[in-house]
Design a binder for this molecule. Structure first.
Ligand code: CTP
Length: 400
């Protein structure tokens, strides 16, 4: 079988050096990679490096090898184009269809999925011009992954770092695995909650649960690879931020509610994979609760937390918003799931059985996705990513 053909576009930012590692990962995993740098990119990493690492000649202009019509051929034959780093200038050119060098020509002739991994200073990323260009590219079906937050060139820190090459590689792998299909969540905004809330009793203790956050993170990663802009509200997971996703860290159910409600108004779908504590201690002790000799401990009085899933289902932030809940059950799994689906008022409920090796902390999961329209989709035991893909298939169908 022919190796999948990947075009690695490199535009002129300091993060160009990180694209060398992305290139290595792509070639070592069996991809035929053609590197198309811009002239500015060559100020950071020279043509010899790209050529040696890819095993192909490298050119920035449409005027080399004209007999082979490279400005058309390279894009036409690609299975994937990934631009990393994508500068503000490159995003602007791509959004407006400019074609003044080999990379911009390639972007216009490619009919395969296109991934942009932007990297720039925070001000440039946040500028309305860049944001509108990104929105245009996403609407047209490109996968634009969110930049990471951290150290930028010089002493600045903020949003704008190129995500880790290993993470960009994972996005490419997932996009390629979906084949030529247009990323079906492109232009959509999805909110995913993950992990388990912790309800503090005192400065050192909390009431918590065993959710690892892995299923929610799998949902966030797969949605990003399907083109969505993803807000991940993460409760106490300790997991590294997935590439291309906006992560909001929270601790308690009340904080999780606030973060979800803040992100929900322009969301096309909200997926509540987090295990939210139903109760929290009525009082928080500002100092550590101490044992008292000869005295029984004080009972802990609990109060109800808001039911976030029921609230967002009842009060949809926009028409057609798809709301998905999760339910981990130990007994009468499907019967309880159906009752819960009606009680919560969501469109889909992913029901799984809690048991040994299943659900909490594991890499695998098995579930039935119940639809408010009466549908039932069984997902066999397998990686949490496979369940995540099925959830997004069902969400995408409902988004139409
Ligand atoms: N959920 C929520 N807010 C809560 C509790 C749960 O949004 N206060 C969401 C979870 O994120 C999950 C779904 O509701 O998507 C189901 O959670 P679960 O704990 O199974 O539901 P409960 O209503 O708490 O039902 P049970 O009586 O079985 O605990």
């Amino acid at each position: 079988m022919d190796k999948p053909k990947v075009v690695l576009g490199v535009s002129g930012g300091i993060a160009a050096y990180k694209a060398c590692e992305l290139l290595r990962r792509l070639t070592e995993s069996g991809h035929d990679v053609r590197v198309v740098p811009t002239a500015s990119a060559l100020h950071f990493v020279g043509a010899a490096t790209w050529s040696a690492l890819s095993g192909h000649p490298v050119s920035t202009e449409v005027w080399d090898d004209v007999d082979q019509v490279p400005h058309v051929r390279i894009g036409q034959h690609a299975d994937l184009v990934v631009v990393a780093p994508a500068t503000a200038d490159m995003l602007a050119k791509a959004a407006h269809g400019l074609a003044d060098d080999l990379l911009t020509n390639t972007l216009l002739t490619a009919r395969c999925p296109v991934v942009f991994a932007p990297a720039m200073h925070t001000e440039m990323w946040e500028h309305p011009a860049t944001q509108e260009n990104v929105a245009t590219l996403r609407r047209r079906g490109a996968v634009v992954i969110e930049p990471a937050v951290g150290r930028l060139t010089g002493v600045d820190t903020g949003k704008g770092r190129l995500p880790d090459p290993a993470e960009i590689f994972e996005v490419c792998r997932r996009v390629l695995a979906r084949g030529a299909a247009r990323p079906d969540l492109a232009g959509r905004h999805v909110v995913v909650s993950a992990g388990g809330t912790r309800e503090p009793l005192d400065p050192v203790r909390f009431l918590g649960n065993r959710s690892s956050g892995k299923q929610g993170y799998a949902l966030a990663r797969t949605a990003a690879a399907r083109g969505a802009r993803v807000t991940l509200v993460a409760a106490n997971t300790g997991l590294p931020d997935p590439a291309g996703v906006d992560v909001v860290q929270v601790g308690t159910a009340v904080q999780l509610r606030e973060a979800v409600l803040k992100a929900a108004p322009d969301a096309d779908a909200v997926v509540m994979a987090a295990a939210v504590a139903d109760f929290r201690p009525a009082a928080y002790a500002a100092g550590k609760i101490k044992k008292k000799d000869g005295q029984e401990p004080e009972p802990i009085v609990l109060v109800r937390n808001p039911d976030i899933l029921a609230e967002i289902s009842a009060d949809r932030a926009r028409p057609g918003q798809v709301v998905v809940g999760f339910a981990a059950e130990t007994d009468d799994v499907l019967a309880n799931g159906r009752t819960k689906l009606r009680r919560k008022g969501c469109d889909l409920l992913v029901v799984n059985e809690v048991g040994e090796r299943k659900t909490f902390g594991s890499e695998e999961n098995e579930a039935v996705v119940l639809g408010a329209d009466g549908t039932e989709t069984a997902v066999p035991y397998g990686p949490k990513e496979a369940l995540a893909e099925t959830v997004w298939d069902l969400v995408a169908q409902r988004l139409g």
